[in-house]
Design a protein around this ligand. Structure first.
Ligand SMILES: Nc1ncnc2c1ncn2[C@@H]1O[C@H](COP(=O)(O)OP(=O)(O)OP(=O)(O)O)[C@@H](O)[C@H]1O
Ligand SMILES: [Mg+2]
Length: 338
């Protein structure tokens, strides 16, 4: 086949591809390969286009021995590293075809999945180990000591409660993720919803002598009431948990004009110690906590803000966090009205 016909053939492929004759000259490539490897590589030695030694070795081996080889290649592109799977195959007549498939996203998703499973296992193992230890103690040393038994059972109850919350939050997270594409459309009146959230947390607030204040006019948004209760329960609960004892937590409703139309901003502001800016971008990651020990002590799973983020995005809204160390934090949820 003539070389121009070969380029025509390659241009029909949905992936970057180039043809090499022997192992010393690129004779055709498609536009995607131009973009990936640089313009004007036709006629040049493959080493000009591809720096990865593994790919060059595969081209050489296939040119000599035939067959197909798959190799991994990392490639810097527009400032970030991409990972490609390169399929190098013999095409007869001394031609070798190289096809480049970007597998960065798959690799990232795989790494995230592995991290997630490792985190879940770790979070579950901690209370489980404690439970098993106490069961052992109850069966032996504390068998005939009612006082010790009472104490150990109390701790076991708390640990089992933690596992229960963790499993509940994980299920919630996966449910929200599964429905994320479907925007909820019930008419939700935010003021009474927030009043409900605040009164359900009154007990928590009283324990530390905090007060929760609500200001703003009534407003109705399209949404899912149960999920919005979850969002604001977590935000107000966080403000109470991580705030300063005796503080005022301010919850406010403010109209906001956004590029996508009218919206309402619900802000939850505390007078706590604030959050160092280094943590802000990662707060909504699953299991991310500024102070893991402290969050665990308080029964937290570190999934609250991850759930908040998914619910808010399901409502086509967004979450903003501002914080000044030593003064307090402000979590705002912006929800579109239409
Ligand atoms: N108002 C706040 N002030 C200071 N730090 C906060 C505040 N809200 C959240 N954080 C930090 O962000 C972390 C993540 O919050 P998130 O709600 O996701 O988890 P959690 O509260 O630890 O657990 P859960 O919500 O499952 O009970 C918290 O552990 C805490 O370190
Ligand atoms: Mg929380």
């Amino acid at each position: 086949m003539a070389e121009f016909e070969l380029s025509g053939l390659l241009s029909g492929l949905p992936l970057p591809a180039m043809l090499v004759r022997g192992d010393d000259r690129i004779i055709a490539c498609n536009a995607l390969a131009d973009q990936l490897l640089g313009e004007g590589i036709v006629g040049r030695h493959p080493a000009i286009a591809v720096r990865a030694p593994a790919v060059l070795e595969a081209i050489g081996a296939v040119a000599r021995g035939g067959g197909v080889q798959e190799v991994r290649m990392t490639h810097r592109r527009e400032g970030h590293e991409a990972v490609f799977q390169v399929t190098v195959s013999e095409q007869g007549g001394g031609l070798v075809l190289c096809v480049f498939k970007d597998i960065s996203e798959e690799e990232k998703a795989g790494a995230m999945r592995r991290d997630f499973v490792a985190n879940v296992s770790h979070e579950l193992r901690t209370p489980l180990t404690a439970l098993m230890g106490f069961i052992e103690t109850l069966k032996n040393a504390a068998k005939d000591d009612p006082k010790a038994r009472e104490m150990f059972l109390g701790i076991m109850e708390a640990e089992a409660g933690r596992m229960n919350r963790l499993v509940r939050d994980l299920l919630q997270l996966s449910q929200v993720e599964a429905n994320e594409r479907v925007r909820p459309r019930e008419a939700v009146e935010l003021r009474p919803l927030l009043e409900g959230v605040i009164s359900s947390l009154r007990g928590v607030a009283e324990r530390t002598g905090d007060r929760v204040e609500l200001v703003g006019d009534p407003v109705t948004v399209p949404g899912d009431a149960d999920q919005l209760v979850q969002v604001f329960t977590n935000l107000v609960e966080n403000a109470l948990k991580y705030g300063r004892a005796g503080q005022v937590v301010r919850v406010s409703l403010t109209p906001e004009e956004t590029v996508r139309g009218p919206a309402v901003r619900v802000e939850v502001a505390d007078e706590g110690e604030g959050i160092d800016p280094v943590h802000l971008p990662r707060l909504t990651e699953r299991f991310y906590r500024v102070d893991t020990h402290r969050s665990r002590e308080m029964g937290g799973t570190g999934l609250g803000l991850a759930i908040v983020k998914h619910i808010v995005s399901r409502h086509r809204g967004w979450l903003r966090v501002e914080s000044v160390v030593g003064e307090g934090s402000r979590f705002s949820v912006v929800l579109p009205l239409g």
